[in-house]
Design a protein around this ligand. Structure first.
Ligand code: AMP
Length: 215
């Protein structure tokens, strides 16, 4: 499958993308994961991106498009991909459209995950992530806590709150989403590619997406 997953931070894009990958071997491409890995590795890209990310701002489109142009040409994308967290601006969506034409890629559709704001705020402020870059297991202090001493159940590393998941950064990320990313819903509606899904439970959402892929 070749799909884009849109949704506010905390809408469950990553979780839904992971579940979808298991269906047919398509790969998940998360620009957020790529950028976090670059920050950890201290690369030039990481150094340029870090300040934007810590503030909850979007990283400039040119950096993102360079990453994606290279990534979409890697051999593992041939089977299919699920774009999680990209595109994030109208400009990125337009450039992606041109890139798809150039690389002869046809998208199946664009999924919009619709989640009420109070659910999103609650999810993000209670989300914790395993600090081990190889693991990055996601926890939730209410519904899926780590061990009693705050360690990852999979690998034993410390489970932490991401720098961009403090309450202040989250409110700012949601404002950025409303201003810069929400307009993509109209963009893909016009392209005839948009499908909307209420995303309360990721598993149910995946079942609905599966049905859409068949039809
Ligand atoms: P995410 O994990 O998708 O929420 O991304 C974390 C952060 O990485 C965002 O708050 C942005 O600073 C940056 N980021 C990820 N994807 C993009 C993108 N497509 N365009 C601009 N910035 C991005």
């Amino acid at each position: 499958m070749k799909i884009i997953i849109l949704g506010a931070p905390g809408a469950g894009k990553g979780t839904v993308a992971k579940l979808l990958c298991g269906l047919d071997g398509s790969i998940q491409i998360s620009t957020g994961d790529i950028l976090r890995a670059a920050v950890r590795a201290g690369t030039e890209l990481g150094k340029k991106a870090k300040g934007f990310m810590d503030r909850g701002d979007l990283v400039p489109d040119t950096l993102i498009m360079d990453i994606m142009e290279a990534r979409l040409q890697e051999p593992d994308c041939e089977k299919g991909f699920i774009l999680d967290g990209f595109p994030r601006t109208i400009n990125q969506a337009e450039e992606l459209k041109d890139l798809c034409k150039k690389l002869n890629i046809k998208l199946d559709f664009v999924v919009n995950l619709e989640v009420p704001r109070d659910v999103i705020l609650d999810r993000l402020t209670t989300r914790r992530t395993c600090s081990n870059p190889e693991c990055q297991e996601i926890y939730n202090i209410k519904s899926n806590p780590p061990t009693a001493d705050g360690k990852c159940k999979k690998c034993g590393s410390a489970v932490i709150q991401r720098d961009d998941e403090t309450e202040e950064a989250i409110v700012y990320r949601l404002e950025t989403y409303n201003e810069k990313t929400a307009p993509l819903i109209g963009f893909y509606e016009n392209e005839g590619l948009l499908k909307k899904f209420a995303s309360i439970s990721s598993k149910e959402t995946v079942e609905e997406i599966k049905k859409s892929l068949k039809s």
